[in-house]
Design a protein around this ligand. Structure first.
Ligand SMILES: O[C@H]1[C@H](O)[C@@H](O)[C@H](O)[C@@H](O)[C@H]1O
Ligand SMILES: [Fe+2]
Ligand SMILES: [Fe+2]
Length: 316
Protein backbone atom coordinates (compact mmCIF):
# COMPACT_ATOMS: atom_id res chain seq x y z
CA UNK A 1 0.00 0.00 0.00
CA UNK A 2 1.29 3.44 -0.83
CA UNK A 3 0.52 6.12 1.70
CA UNK A 4 0.68 9.59 0.25
CA UNK A 5 1.74 12.24 2.66
CA UNK A 6 0.92 15.77 1.52
CA UNK A 7 3.48 18.54 1.79
CA UNK A 8 3.29 20.64 4.95
CA UNK A 9 0.99 23.65 4.55
CA UNK A 10 2.96 26.77 3.78
CA UNK A 11 0.92 29.55 5.30
CA UNK A 12 1.61 32.71 3.31
CA UNK A 13 0.72 35.14 6.04
CA UNK A 14 2.16 34.03 9.27
CA UNK A 15 -0.09 35.54 11.91
CA UNK A 16 2.77 35.42 14.30
CA UNK A 17 4.17 38.81 15.11
CA UNK A 18 5.85 37.50 18.14
CA UNK A 19 9.56 38.19 17.92
CA UNK A 20 10.19 36.83 21.33
CA UNK A 21 9.95 33.20 20.44
CA UNK A 22 13.60 32.24 20.23
CA UNK A 23 14.51 29.94 23.00
CA UNK A 24 17.50 31.37 24.79
CA UNK A 25 18.85 27.93 25.45
CA UNK A 26 22.16 28.23 23.63
CA UNK A 27 20.82 26.26 20.69
CA UNK A 28 22.22 27.72 17.53
CA UNK A 29 19.20 28.55 15.45
CA UNK A 30 19.96 30.08 12.15
CA UNK A 31 17.69 33.06 11.34
CA UNK A 32 16.72 31.71 7.94
CA UNK A 33 15.75 28.32 9.35
CA UNK A 34 13.71 29.99 12.02
CA UNK A 35 11.77 32.05 9.48
CA UNK A 36 11.10 28.96 7.43
CA UNK A 37 9.88 27.14 10.52
CA UNK A 38 7.35 29.84 11.20
CA UNK A 39 5.90 29.58 7.72
CA UNK A 40 5.55 25.88 8.25
CA UNK A 41 3.58 26.17 11.45
CA UNK A 42 0.10 26.26 9.98
CA UNK A 43 -0.84 29.33 12.00
CA UNK A 44 0.17 28.21 15.46
CA UNK A 45 0.89 31.16 17.74
CA UNK A 46 4.03 30.46 19.68
CA UNK A 47 3.60 31.51 23.31
CA UNK A 48 6.10 33.89 24.93
CA UNK A 49 6.82 31.74 27.91
CA UNK A 50 6.28 28.37 29.51
CA UNK A 51 4.06 27.58 32.49
CA UNK A 52 6.81 28.84 34.83
CA UNK A 53 7.08 32.21 33.07
CA UNK A 54 10.43 31.43 31.38
CA UNK A 55 11.38 30.88 27.76
CA UNK A 56 11.01 27.34 26.51
CA UNK A 57 13.99 24.98 26.70
CA UNK A 58 16.11 27.38 28.69
CA UNK A 59 18.40 24.97 30.52
CA UNK A 60 20.54 27.68 32.10
CA UNK A 61 17.79 29.84 33.60
CA UNK A 62 17.44 29.62 37.40
CA UNK A 63 14.13 27.90 38.08
CA UNK A 64 12.61 25.34 40.38
CA UNK A 65 13.42 22.65 37.82
CA UNK A 66 16.93 23.71 36.76
CA UNK A 67 19.03 21.67 39.19
CA UNK A 68 17.08 18.44 38.79
CA UNK A 69 17.01 18.73 35.00
CA UNK A 70 20.77 19.30 34.96
CA UNK A 71 21.35 16.33 37.23
CA UNK A 72 19.18 14.27 34.90
CA UNK A 73 21.35 15.18 31.87
CA UNK A 74 24.57 14.53 33.77
CA UNK A 75 23.50 10.93 34.47
CA UNK A 76 22.15 10.54 30.96
CA UNK A 77 25.30 11.81 29.25
CA UNK A 78 27.66 9.69 31.32
CA UNK A 79 25.77 6.44 30.84
CA UNK A 80 24.44 6.43 27.28
CA UNK A 81 27.07 4.51 25.36
CA UNK A 82 26.90 2.82 21.98
CA UNK A 83 27.01 -0.62 23.56
CA UNK A 84 24.32 0.26 26.08
CA UNK A 85 21.91 1.46 23.36
CA UNK A 86 22.50 -1.61 21.19
CA UNK A 87 21.72 -3.91 24.13
CA UNK A 88 18.53 -2.06 25.03
CA UNK A 89 17.37 -2.09 21.42
CA UNK A 90 17.86 -5.85 21.25
CA UNK A 91 16.17 -6.43 24.58
CA UNK A 92 13.11 -4.24 24.00
CA UNK A 93 12.94 -5.01 20.28
CA UNK A 94 11.62 -8.45 21.21
CA UNK A 95 8.33 -6.81 22.20
CA UNK A 96 7.67 -9.47 24.80
CA UNK A 97 7.00 -7.27 27.83
CA UNK A 98 3.26 -6.70 27.58
CA UNK A 99 0.19 -6.93 25.36
CA UNK A 100 -1.87 -3.78 25.57
CA UNK A 101 -3.94 -1.33 23.57
CA UNK A 102 -2.64 2.15 22.75
CA UNK A 103 -5.23 3.82 24.98
CA UNK A 104 -4.36 1.57 27.94
CA UNK A 105 -0.74 2.58 27.68
CA UNK A 106 -1.72 6.28 27.45
CA UNK A 107 -3.46 5.83 30.78
CA UNK A 108 -0.36 4.26 32.31
CA UNK A 109 1.40 7.57 31.76
CA UNK A 110 -0.97 9.26 34.16
CA UNK A 111 1.45 8.84 37.03
CA UNK A 112 4.68 10.03 35.44
CA UNK A 113 6.27 13.44 35.35
CA UNK A 114 9.26 13.81 33.02
CA UNK A 115 12.39 14.76 35.00
CA UNK A 116 14.22 16.06 31.94
CA UNK A 117 11.67 18.68 31.04
CA UNK A 118 12.19 22.28 32.16
CA UNK A 119 8.82 23.32 30.71
CA UNK A 120 6.35 20.86 32.13
CA UNK A 121 5.61 19.21 35.43
CA UNK A 122 2.22 17.79 34.52
CA UNK A 123 1.53 14.05 34.12
CA UNK A 124 2.51 12.87 30.65
CA UNK A 125 -1.00 12.02 29.51
CA UNK A 126 -1.83 15.73 29.63
CA UNK A 127 1.06 16.46 27.30
CA UNK A 128 -0.03 13.80 24.80
CA UNK A 129 -3.51 15.23 24.57
CA UNK A 130 -2.36 18.84 24.53
CA UNK A 131 -0.01 18.14 21.63
CA UNK A 132 -2.56 16.15 19.65
CA UNK A 133 -5.39 18.63 20.14
CA UNK A 134 -3.19 21.61 19.22
CA UNK A 135 -2.00 20.02 15.98
CA UNK A 136 -5.51 18.84 15.17
CA UNK A 137 -6.78 22.41 15.30
CA UNK A 138 -4.28 23.63 12.70
CA UNK A 139 -4.10 20.51 10.51
CA UNK A 140 -7.66 19.17 10.67
CA UNK A 141 -7.27 16.91 7.65
CA UNK A 142 -4.05 15.11 8.64
CA UNK A 143 -5.50 12.51 10.97
CA UNK A 144 -2.21 10.56 10.93
CA UNK A 145 -0.55 13.63 12.44
CA UNK A 146 -3.11 13.79 15.26
CA UNK A 147 -2.45 10.16 16.13
CA UNK A 148 1.31 10.58 15.79
CA UNK A 149 1.07 13.42 18.29
CA UNK A 150 -1.02 11.34 20.66
CA UNK A 151 1.47 8.49 20.71
CA UNK A 152 4.81 10.24 20.18
CA UNK A 153 5.78 10.03 23.87
CA UNK A 154 4.08 6.73 24.66
CA UNK A 155 7.46 5.01 24.80
CA UNK A 156 7.76 6.56 28.27
CA UNK A 157 5.84 3.52 29.53
CA UNK A 158 9.35 2.10 29.94
CA UNK A 159 9.23 3.92 33.28
CA UNK A 160 6.39 1.71 34.40
CA UNK A 161 7.22 -1.37 36.50
CA UNK A 162 5.40 -3.68 34.07
CA UNK A 163 7.80 -2.57 31.31
CA UNK A 164 10.98 -2.87 33.32
CA UNK A 165 10.69 0.23 35.49
CA UNK A 166 13.63 1.85 33.70
CA UNK A 167 15.21 4.93 35.30
CA UNK A 168 14.38 8.29 33.75
CA UNK A 169 17.87 8.87 32.34
CA UNK A 170 17.41 6.14 29.71
CA UNK A 171 13.78 6.89 28.87
CA UNK A 172 13.30 10.64 28.56
CA UNK A 173 15.29 13.71 27.52
CA UNK A 174 16.84 14.72 24.22
CA UNK A 175 18.49 12.03 22.11
CA UNK A 176 21.68 12.06 20.02
CA UNK A 177 23.70 9.67 17.86
CA UNK A 178 26.11 7.22 19.47
CA UNK A 179 29.17 5.75 17.79
CA UNK A 180 30.40 9.18 16.69
CA UNK A 181 31.44 12.44 18.37
CA UNK A 182 28.93 14.21 20.61
CA UNK A 183 28.00 17.53 19.06
CA UNK A 184 28.31 20.68 21.13
CA UNK A 185 24.73 21.70 20.45
CA UNK A 186 23.47 18.90 22.69
CA UNK A 187 22.00 20.19 25.95
CA UNK A 188 24.55 20.15 28.81
CA UNK A 189 27.18 18.84 26.43
CA UNK A 190 29.97 19.19 29.00
CA UNK A 191 28.86 16.07 30.86
CA UNK A 192 29.90 13.85 27.95
CA UNK A 193 33.47 14.26 29.19
CA UNK A 194 32.81 11.38 31.57
CA UNK A 195 31.19 9.14 28.96
CA UNK A 196 33.57 6.24 28.10
CA UNK A 197 32.72 6.55 24.37
CA UNK A 198 34.21 10.01 24.44
CA UNK A 199 37.63 8.43 25.00
CA UNK A 200 37.14 5.68 22.40
CA UNK A 201 38.96 6.53 19.13
CA UNK A 202 36.45 4.45 17.13
CA UNK A 203 33.60 6.58 18.39
CA UNK A 204 34.95 10.05 19.04
CA UNK A 205 35.46 11.36 15.52
CA UNK A 206 32.95 13.34 13.48
CA UNK A 207 31.74 10.31 11.51
CA UNK A 208 32.84 7.59 13.96
CA UNK A 209 31.45 4.25 12.76
CA UNK A 210 29.22 5.87 10.09
CA UNK A 211 29.71 6.98 6.52
CA UNK A 212 28.84 10.40 5.13
CA UNK A 213 25.05 10.75 4.55
CA UNK A 214 24.40 7.12 5.46
CA UNK A 215 20.85 7.99 6.60
CA UNK A 216 19.48 8.24 10.13
CA UNK A 217 17.95 4.81 9.86
CA UNK A 218 21.50 3.41 10.10
CA UNK A 219 22.39 5.50 13.13
CA UNK A 220 22.16 4.15 16.67
CA UNK A 221 20.58 6.86 18.79
CA UNK A 222 20.83 7.16 22.56
CA UNK A 223 18.24 4.80 24.02
CA UNK A 224 14.91 6.23 25.09
CA UNK A 225 11.21 6.59 24.45
CA UNK A 226 11.59 7.62 20.79
CA UNK A 227 13.36 4.52 19.54
CA UNK A 228 11.24 2.25 21.72
CA UNK A 229 7.94 3.63 20.42
CA UNK A 230 9.28 3.41 16.88
CA UNK A 231 10.07 -0.28 17.42
CA UNK A 232 6.62 -0.86 18.90
CA UNK A 233 4.84 0.90 16.04
CA UNK A 234 6.87 -0.88 13.35
CA UNK A 235 6.75 -4.25 15.08
CA UNK A 236 2.96 -4.06 15.27
CA UNK A 237 2.64 -3.18 11.59
CA UNK A 238 1.18 0.26 11.93
CA UNK A 239 -0.15 1.85 8.75
CA UNK A 240 1.03 5.31 9.81
CA UNK A 241 2.94 7.00 6.96
CA UNK A 242 6.76 7.20 7.02
CA UNK A 243 6.61 10.82 8.21
CA UNK A 244 4.68 9.72 11.30
CA UNK A 245 7.28 7.08 12.09
CA UNK A 246 10.10 9.56 11.53
CA UNK A 247 8.49 12.01 13.96
CA UNK A 248 8.10 9.33 16.61
CA UNK A 249 11.68 8.14 16.18
CA UNK A 250 13.51 11.48 16.07
CA UNK A 251 11.36 14.03 17.87
CA UNK A 252 13.84 14.24 20.78
CA UNK A 253 16.83 14.73 18.46
CA UNK A 254 16.88 18.50 19.00
CA UNK A 255 20.53 18.81 17.96
CA UNK A 256 19.39 17.77 14.49
CA UNK A 257 15.90 19.22 14.02
CA UNK A 258 16.45 22.47 15.92
CA UNK A 259 20.15 23.21 15.86
CA UNK A 260 20.85 21.78 12.40
CA UNK A 261 23.72 19.55 13.54
CA UNK A 262 24.55 16.10 12.20
CA UNK A 263 23.43 16.93 8.64
CA UNK A 264 26.30 14.73 7.44
CA UNK A 265 24.50 11.65 8.75
CA UNK A 266 21.25 12.44 6.93
CA UNK A 267 20.22 11.21 3.51
CA UNK A 268 17.76 12.86 1.12
CA UNK A 269 14.75 11.08 2.53
CA UNK A 270 15.61 12.26 6.05
CA UNK A 271 15.75 15.82 4.77
CA UNK A 272 12.25 15.43 3.30
CA UNK A 273 10.88 13.95 6.52
CA UNK A 274 12.49 16.70 8.56
CA UNK A 275 9.91 19.20 7.26
CA UNK A 276 7.14 17.35 9.01
CA UNK A 277 9.16 16.86 12.15
CA UNK A 278 9.68 20.61 12.36
CA UNK A 279 5.96 21.21 11.98
CA UNK A 280 5.29 18.70 14.70
CA UNK A 281 7.92 20.14 17.04
CA UNK A 282 6.10 23.47 17.41
CA UNK A 283 3.11 21.66 18.84
CA UNK A 284 5.11 19.22 20.94
CA UNK A 285 7.07 22.01 22.58
CA UNK A 286 4.78 25.01 22.76
CA UNK A 287 1.52 23.29 23.67
CA UNK A 288 2.96 22.44 27.10
CA UNK A 289 0.77 24.26 29.59
CA UNK A 290 -1.44 23.91 32.62
CA UNK A 291 -4.57 23.79 30.48
CA UNK A 292 -6.27 20.43 30.86
CA UNK A 293 -7.99 18.64 27.98
CA UNK A 294 -11.26 16.89 28.71
CA UNK A 295 -10.17 13.30 28.19
CA UNK A 296 -13.61 11.74 27.99
CA UNK A 297 -14.71 14.26 25.37
CA UNK A 298 -11.86 13.60 22.95
CA UNK A 299 -11.40 9.90 23.61
CA UNK A 300 -13.87 8.60 20.95
CA UNK A 301 -12.05 10.53 18.23
CA UNK A 302 -8.65 9.13 19.16
CA UNK A 303 -10.02 5.61 19.56
CA UNK A 304 -11.25 5.81 15.97
CA UNK A 305 -7.76 6.82 14.79
CA UNK A 306 -6.11 4.07 16.80
CA UNK A 307 -8.45 1.59 15.16
CA UNK A 308 -7.57 2.92 11.73
CA UNK A 309 -3.79 2.73 12.13
CA UNK A 310 -3.09 0.02 14.72
CA UNK A 311 -4.25 -3.43 15.79
CA UNK A 312 -6.56 -3.55 18.85
CA UNK A 313 -3.80 -4.96 21.05
CA UNK A 314 -0.11 -4.29 20.53
CA UNK A 315 2.92 -6.24 21.63
CA UNK A 316 5.17 -4.03 23.73
O1 LIG B 1 12.46 16.82 28.19
C1 LIG B 1 11.90 16.51 26.96
C2 LIG B 1 11.01 15.31 27.01
O2 LIG B 1 11.62 14.20 27.61
C3 LIG B 1 10.47 14.95 25.67
O3 LIG B 1 9.60 13.88 25.66
C4 LIG B 1 11.55 14.74 24.67
O4 LIG B 1 11.00 14.40 23.46
C5 LIG B 1 12.41 15.97 24.59
O5 LIG B 1 13.40 15.82 23.67
C6 LIG B 1 12.97 16.37 25.93
O6 LIG B 1 13.67 17.54 25.84
FE1 LIG C 1 9.35 12.99 23.73
FE1 LIG D 1 6.43 15.35 23.70
Amino acid sequence: MTVIVPEPVLSQTSNNNNTNNKDSNKEIINEEDEKQDLKLDGGFVVPDSNAFGHSFRDYEKESERKASVEQFYRTNHINQTYEFAIKKKEHYGKLDKAVMSIWESCELLNEFVDESDPDLDEPQIEHLLQTAEAIRRDYPNEDWLHLTALIHDLGKVLLHPSFGGEPQWCVVGDTYPLGCAFNESIVHHRYFKENPDNQNPDYNTKLGIYTENCGLDKVTMSWGHDEYMYLVAKGNNTTLPPAGLFIIRFHSFYAMHRSGSYKYLMDDEDKEMLKWLQVFNKYDLYSKSKVKINQEEVKPYYLSLIEKYFPAKLRW
